[in-house]
Design a protein around this ligand. Sequence first.
Ligand code: MN
Length: 231
Amino acid sequence: MTFLFEPQAVTAVPIVGRSESFPVRRVYCVGRNYAAHAREMGKDPDKEPPFFFMKPADAVVPGGGGIHYPPGTKNYQHEIEMVVALGKGGHRIPVDAALDHVFGYGIGLDMTRRDLQFAARDLGRPWDFGKSFDESAPVAPLHPVATHGHFSKGAITLHVNGDERQKGDLADLIWSVPETISFLSDYYQLMAGDLIFTGTPAGVAAVVPGDRLVGAVAGLGTLDVTILEAR
Ligand code: MN
């Protein structure tokens, strides 16, 4: 087959200790998966079924670095999250088999145009303008399960210009990684290459050009992002 024009290259995330990189197929994101963050969003964190939104694969910024202040917002916020990378797909995956589908773990930022997200939320409209835009998903190099194991507890933090803004612990996830994978697989045919952003702890706030964001998850290194002037 020949194409009308050269297709866009697949977005791929570096892997710690490997020469290959991880080709991204889809990016699924869990909403409100830490109780304290649910409360700061004005919602009751009592356990209800998880809910999801998606970002386009090419919103991923592999390894982090500079990202541009996006158009259309006056309230551009950070959400630090652990990211799960699937190495094997499946449908209707049982909770006790879900971790077999994980290739590795990383750190991501679910960058959010909060004003547009809330406007959509309050009108019962989709979140896409608030969540699914260019450069909205920086992801640090992935740590393979084969060499680093699984991650179900440990500190998750975000510092902005050296000040701690967000802090939580993976043990406080309302929906665990296996539960999240299993639930999502009831609604989608999951595939190798899928990333799942697992939700953010409390402390989300706005950033401006020039700000430097450093996210960390215990055992997963750091994600370093700088906000550039709007294009
Ligand atoms: Mn999020």
